[in-house]
Design a protein around this ligand. Structure first.
Ligand code: SAM
Ligand code: SF4
Length: 329
């Protein structure tokens, strides 16, 4: 193995979030409220499968063991099963995850599993179909639910469900969500709404901290599970009476960045050291031939030394990320 990716704060990077498209067919109020619009950049094609193969191999050769394929909506790519297979067949990659809005899960999740997908996250912001529509702009609640059932049928032992907490909308649904996972091996992941560059009023109106949920869980006998080295940012709680688990993602907590183990590559091949606040570092010119791997690794190692200690979100910094669909949430 080449040298493990590590920054100057001694954080080691085991986890790559790879965006494969910016395109999405949903209009989530907190992400793409007006739907997807192409950015208008020249040379705007998304990473090809050979480019994906090269970037994942470089990361794996420097200690990355988990890749999350995200977007936009990754399943909108016709070659999505090929992408999964390419990532899964890279030596050193043990976990291949995706985050999806669930739109194609019902029909395709079996194909994804056959291609090598090991973990799946699906976004479900409400268990009430009308609220689901209000938040996502799509009347697809039943279809997404069918997709979750199908994921279990094709052999996934656990499905993770992402819920973005929004004051006055879904945050009073906690009891129904918890009831839902009593007999289902679902890991619910409550994500605090993050402020992005294109968000005006929404953050002020809807952001709610996960602290009250954490206090409630602990009072109700939920216990915090220790983290593995390639785990994501969630604090995960379990309870002996529940098959499901609950994760809290609270990026506004002051020390959130201390345990950062993730790097991101955008759908157009830019390395992002943080979800917030960087322009991205061009990698695409070094993804054109296998023989460029040493140069590619060198560029990533060098740039990694400028990774900031924190995103400073808790100090009101929103960085320049317009919305999470642009570099993969
Ligand atoms: N389209 C897929 C989906 O929605 O699951 C994958 C991409 S989406 C950008 C990844 C995750 O980021 C989703 O769970 C979404 O709910 C979350 N997300 C998007 N914008 C967010 C924001 N402003 N704050 C918190 N989470 C956000
Ligand atoms: Fe699309 Fe996901 Fe953004 Fe919703 S959160 S608009 S599904 S990319």
């Amino acid at each position: 193995m080449a040298q493990q990716f590590e920054d100057k704060f001694h954080r080691k990077f085991y986890y790559l979030r790879l965006s494969v498209t910016d395109v999405c067919n949903f209009k989530c109020t907190y992400c793409l409220p007006d739907g997807y619009h192409p950015s208008g950049q020249k040379n705007s094609s998304f990473l090809s499968v050979p480019e994906i193969k090269r970037v994942v191999r470089a990361f794996a050769d420097c200690g990355t063991s988990k890749v999350r394929i995200t977007g936009g909506e990754p399943s909108l790519r016709k070659d999505f099963p090929d992408i999964i297979h390419t990532v899964a067949s890279t030596q050193g990659i043990q976990k291949v995850a995706t985050t999806t809005n669930g739109y194609r899960m019902d029909k395709q999740v079996g194909l994804w599993r056959d291609a090598g997908l090991t973990h799946i996250n699906v976004s479900v912001d409400s268990l009430d179909p009308r609220m689901f529509y209000q938040i996502t702009g799509e009347n697809k609640f039943q279809q997404v639910m069918k997709g979750i059932d199908r994921a279990f049928e094709v052999g996934f032992e656990q499905v993770k469900v992402n819920v973005v907490l929004m004051k006055g909308l879904n945050h009073t649904e906690l009891p129904s969500f918890i009831h839902w996972i009593k007999e289902r091996p679902i890991q619910l992941r409550f994500i605090e709404l993050m402020q992005t560059g294109e968000m005006d009023q929404l953050f002020n109106e809807r952001h709610v901290s996960g602290t009250a949920i954490r206090n409630q869980l602990m009072a109700d006998g939920w216990l915090l599970r220790p983290k593995a080295k390639n785990d994501g940012p969630a604090q995960v709680f379990f309870h002996p009476d529940y098959k499901g688990e609950i994760g809290l993602i609270m990026p506004y907590e002051k020390d959130f960045c201390q345990s950062c183990n993730r790097l991101r590559v955008s759908a157009k091949g830019k390395l992002h050291l943080c979800l917030f606040g960087d322009q991205g570092i061009e990698l695409r010119d070094l993804l054109q031939d296998d023989i460029q791997e040493t140069q590619l690794i060198h560029r990533i190692q060098t740039e990694l030394q400028s990774k900031s200690v924190s995103h400073f979100l808790h100090e009101g910094n929103t960085g320049i990320t317009p919305h999470l669909a642009s570099i993969g949430g």
